[in-house]
Ligand binder design. Structure first.
Ligand SMILES: *[C@@H]1O[C@H](CO)[C@@H](O)[C@H](O)[C@H]1NC(C)=O
Ligand SMILES: *[C@@H]1O[C@H](CO)[C@@H](O)[C@H](O)[C@H]1NC(C)=O
Ligand SMILES: *[C@@H]1O[C@H](CO)[C@@H](O)[C@H](O)[C@H]1NC(C)=O
Ligand SMILES: *[C@@H]1O[C@H](CO)[C@@H](O)[C@H](O)[C@H]1NC(C)=O
Ligand SMILES: *[C@@H]1O[C@H](CO)[C@@H](O)[C@H](O)[C@H]1NC(C)=O
Ligand SMILES: *[C@@H]1O[C@H](CO)[C@@H](O)[C@H](O)[C@H]1NC(C)=O
Ligand SMILES: *[C@@H]1O[C@H](CO)[C@@H](O)[C@H](O)[C@H]1NC(C)=O
Ligand SMILES: *[C@@H]1O[C@H](CO)[C@@H](O)[C@H](O)[C@H]1NC(C)=O
Ligand SMILES: *[C@@H]1O[C@H](CO)[C@@H](O)[C@H](O)[C@H]1NC(C)=O
Length: 285
């Protein structure tokens, strides 16, 4: 009567209802019969069946636990991925928006570039016109028309040429005297600056033209392009005066005056009113 219920195995593949367990169940039913002629033929089936069942339940529990565990892990993962996905979507949106913005900026820059290119062209045109105007001005001022056509000279009309410089002496009446700053502005109005000497000969030329023929005591001399800056005599171009014996110490003020009665330049208060001498480079003809 020891039949193997193979059908059951097929119908229920679960480990817990495997053929062996059922077979052992059958043995247990037949146990009483067997004890008569076959004592101790097999160990107590009850004892053998219980651990198997427990193992069975344990593995079932294990499987369920694992399933629950993996399900939760996977749903965690899923949630994480969904969140990441959302974030990426937002980033994508942001980048798209940024892209649009950059495109707009690019367009603006292109427009601005066009605008600037045109402005540069306009300015170049203006500059060319200005150059031509200047060239005309220079020719008219340095090469005036004479009886024998144009004659070019190193200095403009009314200006004195000495070596590589042009000087204009403003021996004005007492009512037209100027402060050092005013005198400088007057020179710049005639495309020049207060006079400076590049060498000893220049210095002597400036002194010899600092006339005070009326001996007017209110006129201390002629302003030149020399004044004290940072406790040091400096030319208007910012260079230090090299030969310190050309001028006295700045005891009476911070600006230098030239006077043909004195061998050296003197210091005077820059707010004083004096005559002045303008200077600029001569052109080579
Ligand atoms: C998207 O832009 C908004 C505002 O500009 C900002 O608050 C958010 O953090 C950005 N998101 C990402 C993912 O960069
Ligand atoms: C372009 O240049 C003109 C002047 O030439 C100016 O009025 C205008 O505002 C400029 N446009 C831009 C977008 O810069
Ligand atoms: C204008 O003149 C200067 C020299 O003074 C020259 O270097 C420049 O190229 C000229 N510019 C134009 C546009 O002719
Ligand atoms: C400089 O001063 C002189 C004399 O006062 C005057 O005739 C001349 O117009 C002035 N020049 C300028 C550019 O102010
Ligand atoms: C200085 O400029 C004034 C006004 O522009 C002019 O009348 C005068 O002739 C100029 N003087 C010299 C020496 O260039
Ligand atoms: C500044 O001017 C002085 C006097 O004219 C001259 O000696 C010197 O070389 C000039 N310096 C520069 C840097 O041009
Ligand atoms: C300085 O100037 C004086 C005249 O004022 C001249 O005698 C002397 O040789 C000059 N010194 C130098 C080093 O050029
Ligand atoms: C300073 O000014 C006074 C009065 O005008 C004059 O007597 C004196 O010689 C001047 N000193 C110098 C170093 O220029
Ligand atoms: C220069 O003169 C003015 C008045 O003309 C005066 O207020 C000032 O104190 C004087 N400066 C010096 C250094 O003497």
């Amino acid at each position: 009567m020891n039949r193997k219920p193979q059908g059951l195995v097929v119908q229920n593949p679960s480990v817990c209802f495997s053929a062996e367990t059922l077979e052992e169940g059958a043995d247990y039913v037949n146990a009483a019969v067997r004890t008569v002629d076959q004592p101790e033929a097999s160990p107590a089936p009850k004892v053998r069946g219980l651990p198997a069942l427990a193992a069975c339940w344990l593995s079932l529990l294990l499987i369920m636990a694992l399933r629950i565990y993996f399900t939760s892990v996977m749903s965690d993962n899923n949630m994480r991925l969904t969140a990441e996905n959302l974030q990426l979507k937002e980033q994508n949106q942001n980048l798209t928006a940024e892209n649009l913005q950059l495109k707009e900026q690019n367009q603006d820059l292109e427009t601005e570039k066009k605008n600037l290119t045109e402005q540069i062209l306009n300015m170049e045109t203006k500059w060319t016109e200005l150059n031509v105007t200047r060239a005309q001005w220079s020719i008219d001022n340095y090469c005036p028309k004479g009886n024998n056509g144009r004659q070019c000279r190193p200095c403009q009309d009314e200006w004195l040429n000495f070596q590589s410089s042009c000087f204009e002496v403003y021996d004005v009446a007492a009512s037209h005297l100027k402060t050092w700053e005013e005198a400088r502005e007057n020179c710049s109005g005639n495309n020049s600056d207060l006079a400076a000497a590049v060498n000893e000969a220049d210095r002597e030329f400036i002194i010899s033209h600092s006339w005070n023929s009326w001996n007017d005591p209110s006129i201390k001399g002629y302003w030149i392009g020399l004044r004290v800056e940072g406790g040091q005599w400096k030319w208007i171009n910012g260079s230090d005066l090299i030969n310190s014996s050309w001028v006295d110490a700045p005891t009476n003020g911070s600006c230098a005056v030239s006077d043909d009665n004195q061998p050296r330049w003197k210091s005077a208060n820059c707010s004083d009113r004096n005559r002045w001498i303008c200077g600029k480079k001569a052109i080579t003809v």
